[in-house]
Each structure stands twice: as C-alpha cells, then as structure tokens.
Design a protein around this ligand. Structure first.
Ligand code: F6R
Length: 242
C-alpha cells in the first residue's frame, strides 16, 4: 500500500486523474471500476478536462460502477446512474454500451449480482478500481460486518451511511435503506486500486484502512492485503496517520 498525501482536495483529484489517464494511455481498452459520492468529483473534473484539452480517449474504455440504490431507476436524479451521467459520462466519449452500473430496479437482486459478476469476468476483470471510503470505513457499500461479503450483493445500509448520504437528499427519510454493491472479492480482484479520501471526517476511517487490523468491522482494511493499492489523501484525511 502506498500513501500519497496531497495539499488539497483538488490536488487529490489531480493525482487520481493522472493514474486513471496513465492507465488509459497504456491500455486504451481498460476496464475501470468507478465510485460515486463527493470524493471522486475533483478526479472526474480533471479527467473531463484532460479529455477536452488533449483528447484522452474513452472510446474503448469499459466501466463498472461499485453500487446503486435499490429502487432507483436511471432517471431518478438521486440514482448513481444519474450521478455518473451528469458528472462524467456525458462529458466524455465513452460508448453507452460500455458503461455498467448495477440495476437498482432488478426484480431479482441475487440474479442481478450474478449477472454483474459475469459481465465483469467477460470483460477480463477490472484493471483499475477507484474507491472512496465511508466514515465507517466501508468501500462500495460493504458495511462493517462480521465477515467480508464476497461478490455483488444486496446490502442494508448502516445508520451512519444513511445519515452521511442524507446530505444529498431533502431529508433522511428519503435515503434508500438498501443498495446493490460489488463485494469485497470483486474489489480485491481488480489489478490496481486507488482509494481516495478527503476531509477530517474521513481521518478515522483512513487510519483503520491503512494502519488498523484487517477486519470486516473496517472493510477498507482488507486493502492492506491487495498487491497494488495507492491511497491518495488530502492533509485532513491523513491527520491521524503516523
Ligand atoms: C460510492 C461508494 C461509497 C462512497 C463512500 C464515500 O459509489 O461506493 O463507498 O465512496 O460512501 O462517499 P463520499 O465520497 O460521498 O464521502
């Protein structure tokens, strides 16, 4: 695990964008794993800028998002489908058929999880996975638990996650209670991983991910066992690191 501490949220996004852009330059048909939330926004902005200015080409890139709320279709402005379109996909030249996000409207969530895993495998696996981290150290929506969940599955969101994410909704009651998320094994199978975190409120989770025991009670700690992880932080998120 390598840890890169940057001066600011923008710098964090820039460093992450450099890694993603480098991956695409080296392998134009890369398979990227992507995250939503406020953390990766500066990275998406930078990638859009690189696409516009020097023509970073996404035409052969395939993406798989980590998660989606259950019960939300792509047209719902609170859905992660919508988020990704607004903040990233509509600004680059990615082919719509190469974009994959779990279907939050699937009748059979178990079958949807299996379909998603098969699709990732059929594309040759994820080359580079971008992650944010929850205040409870979740990655994807893999919440603290007694065991590491393996593959794409239905999750019940923690109260802490629901409260955190209520900032995107009118009130806490609107936040969905369930999501479908890639599992820990899905994430760990990625060739390279970039974990991003910014802000003081992530410092404890970052400490657990980087320095804590490897335990399903802090899901991000599993990344200590991955062979190629870069953790990119701003100063505030790094403040508890030794
Ligand atoms: C999002 C995801 C989550 C977020 C995490 C941090 O697709 O899987 O793990 O990365 O909840 O969210 P923000 O960035 O909004 O603090």
């Amino acid at each position: 695990m390598r840890v890169l501490i940057t001066d600011s949220y923008d710098q964090m996004g820039l460093e992450a964008a450099k890694i993603v852009a480098g991956q695409i330059y080296l392998k134009p048909n890369s398979v990227l794993g992507l995250a939503t939330g406020s953390t990766p926004l500066s990275m998406y902005e930078r990638l859009v800028a690189v696409h516009r200015t020097v023509g970073l080409d996404f035409s052969e890139v395939t993406t798989f998002n980590l998660d989606e709320y259950i019960g939300m279709g792509p047209d719902n402005p609170q859905s992660y489908h919508y988020f990704m379109q607004e903040h990233f996909f509509k600004h680059i030249n990615i082919k719509p058929e190469n974009v994959h996000i779990p279907n939050g409207m699937a009748q059979d969530v178990i079958a949807e999880g299996e379909r998603y895993e098969q699709l990732i495998a059929a594309k040759g696996g994820i080359d580079l996975q971008v992650l944010g981290i929850g205040q409870n150290a979740h990655i994807g929506f893999n919440e603290p638990d007694v065991k590491f969940a393996a593959t794409t599955h239905k999750v019940e969101l923690d109260e802490e996650t629901i409260l955190d994410n209520s900032r995107f909704f009118n009130n806490v009651d609107e936040v969905p209670r369930y999501a479908i998320s890639m599992g820990i094994k899905t994430i760990m199978m990625a060739e390279h991983v970039v974990l991003l975190a910014n802000g003081k409120n992530k410092a404890r989770a970052v400490y657990k991910a980087v320095c804590g025991d490897v335990t399903p009670e802090a899901p991000a700690s599993i990344l200590q066992l991955h062979r190629d992880v870069v953790v990119i932080l701003d100063k505030e998120a790094a403040e508890l690191l030794p």
